[in-house]
Ligand binder design. Sequence first.
Ligand code: 13P
Length: 252
Amino acid sequence: MRKTFIAGNWKMNMLPAEASAFIEELAGKLGNYSDARVMVAPPFTSIPSAADVIKGTGILLGAQNMSDEEAGAHTGEVSPLMLKDLGVDVVILGHSERRMIYGENDAFINRKVKLALKHGFEVILCVGETLEERESGKVEAVVEEQLTGGLNEISEESLASITIAYEPVWAIGTGKTATPEDADNVHAFIRKIIDKLYSSSAAEEIVIQYGGSVKPENSAELMAKENIDGALVGGASLKVDSFFGIINYAKA
Ligand code: 13P
């Protein structure tokens, strides 16, 4: 049985005081709610203040990126050892903004996935096509390549620590959401690839989030789809009310 997983990716937003206030308010609203796993990923500089208040709330602490190295001459990078020390539980890797703006490729992302698993983190591995790729009929080819590359040499046992986030690039921050049917079709295709790379039980068990303009108004119909197990939320995760509305979709 796959457990719903709702994650907020705050991107380059939220000062330390804002992050801790957000988490305290969200935790108050969630109470002992346990229908879904909930995570927030502050920017690196707000992780310490988030970590101070998140303990004991049941909310998972995420990071938006991580170095592919543990230490040394890597100006501007943040090591898995540093994130571990701060109490981070989950790292988001391969986000399309990392791929497109900062040139991260599948081999590089795969190194990070391996390093994150080595240090005991859960990973959210992001995949998704651009509008151009969608319009030229390449959705499945792109998603298969990103999955195969990102999961290279990852064992089936380790796959239990990985969530896949399908984020069509054209739907991120644009207000355009993939229709629930379109998203579900790609999620089903992702399961097919996991089946091919691993096994049918791995395909059945892997949690697949959808990301791209998810908001309280559309989360219920997305989440109702058979293959959609949660959401990776950008803009709508910056306000407690809208993020809580997404988490609470089942009761909305
Ligand atoms: P939006 O929800 O703002 O479209 O962002 C999605 C995303 O990129 C989450 O990682």
